[in-house]
Design a binder for this molecule. Structure first.
Ligand SMILES: NC(=O)c1ccc[n+]([C@@H]2O[C@H](COP(=O)([O-])OP(=O)(O)OC[C@H]3O[C@@H](n4cnc5c(N)ncnc54)[C@H](OP(=O)(O)O)[C@@H]3O)[C@@H](O)[C@H]2O)c1
Length: 335
């Protein structure tokens, strides 16, 4: 334990982030204060939301400041501790940032329980993205057995879990994903009833064909053209859950709103946004339920673990925007 390499924000990206937007820093390993622990980071979560935090724009969290460590979830091992609940050697999940060592308040940490799942699952199905799928679908989407549920970014971390949870709930599930391979993955491995390739198909026609009785619930991870197409095929009293809009995160100009939004009026439909962190008080319960479904084989929890070091952050992060991930994307710096 000699030095700490971190990735910091060198300047604010315009459009798709480039390597020069980030700076590698090497400093001394920090020392934990009272109530804090020092974590050796092993797994770093890559999340689309990180792109928004790089912009100087008001959001639900403050922007990452220039020269600050890139904010990220992570898992690691406690290597120095001033808190008896987190002794040296235990594994924790928290906001580690993109760095090798992090000093964190013990009160902000979740201990990894190996009886529930693997450390990487604490960034995926048992972590933030699993919680997003669970609360976004059940609390905000309110699925009913027999509903047709459409979910975009269907082979991604959130989308893959949403679709499977909807299935458990007795819904007919249609995924939207980029490319034939991801569509085949959604139907053959995740058990979706149908999938639409938004890159290969005429998305509006394909959604109509895959949802002949209309969409009762659309769980939207991407916004843009797919959202606009879904709006044209809503059933009466449909619900649209706005989870994210990744198609717009690197936009250099203001993106136009969905021109088909009057469908909400015609179909007496609702469109609701939500933030996973608002459900933090219930994460424990949700984690146990999700862990049981994984253990029972009712949920497959796909992950793309990329081995490397923190200096690989930029190239691995971009995979989210090129679609070069299936399930939860994680930079594995454990070696
Ligand atoms: N509301 C909340 O509290 C909350 C919490 C967590 C995440 N989210 C949101 O949930 C969504 C999914 O996040 P995730 O972590 O699960 O990521 P992910 O789905 O694992 O990865 C992102 C996926 O988005 C798709 N994509 C990228 N660019 C696209 C484009 N231009 N048009 C359509 N699809 C595109 C790619 O899949 P394809 O290959 O299929 O294109 C890519 O694999 C994001 O919008 C994120 O911001 C919201």
């Amino acid at each position: 334990m000699t030095s700490n390499t971190s990735v910091r924000l060198a300047r604010r990206p315009i459009g798709m982030p480039v390597a020069d937007d980030f700076r590698i820093d090497i400093a001394d390993v920090p020392v934990p204060g009272p109530g804090q622990v020092l974590v050796r980071v092993t797994l770093i979560s890559l999340d689309p939301a990180m792109r928004g935090w790089l912009d100087d724009r008001p959001s639900y969290l403050p922007p990452i400041g220039l020269d600050e460590v890139i904010r990220a979830g992570g898992v690691g091992e406690v290597v120095a501790s001033n808190e008896s609940r987190f002794p040296i050697g235990c594994l924790v999940q928290g906001n580690t940032g993109v760095q090798e060592y992090a000093v964190l308040d013990a009160s902000s940490l979740t201990r990894v329980d190996p009886t529930l799942g693997t450390p990487s699952m604490y960034l995926g199905v048992l972590g933030m993205t699993g919680m997003t799928a669970y609360f976004g679908l059940f609390e905000h989407g309110r699925p009913r057995a027999g509903d047709t549920v459409l979910v975009s970014a269907a082979a991604g971390a959130v989308g893959s879990i949403v679709g499977q949870l909807a299935h458990i709930n007795g819904c007919r599930v249609v995924g939207v994903a980029g490319g034939a391979d991801k569509c085949a993955y959604a139907t053959d491995t995740l058990g979706f009833d149908a999938a639409v390739d938004y890159k290969g198909d005429t998305v509006r026609t394909a959604i109509h064909d895959a949802c002949p009785d209309g969409i009762d619930l659309y769980f939207d991870n991407v916004g843009g053209a797919v959202l606009n197409a879904a709006l044209t095929n809503l059933s009466m009293h449909a619900r649209i859950v706005i989870c994210g809009a990744i198609s717009q995160y690197n936009a250099e100009q203001a993106t136009p709103g969905p021109s088909n939004y009057m469908a909400l009026l015609v179909r007496r439909a609702t469109m609701t946004g939500f933030l996973v962190f608002d459900h933090a008080a219930e994460f424990r319960t949700a984690r146990r339920r999700l862990a049981r479904w994984v253990a029972d084989g009712r949920i497959t929890a796909p992950e793309t673990l990329v081995p490397g070091s923190v200096t690989d952050f930029h190239s691995v992060f971009l995979r989210l925007f090129t679609g070069d991930n299936v399930g939860k994307l994680i930079l594995d710096i454990s070696a």
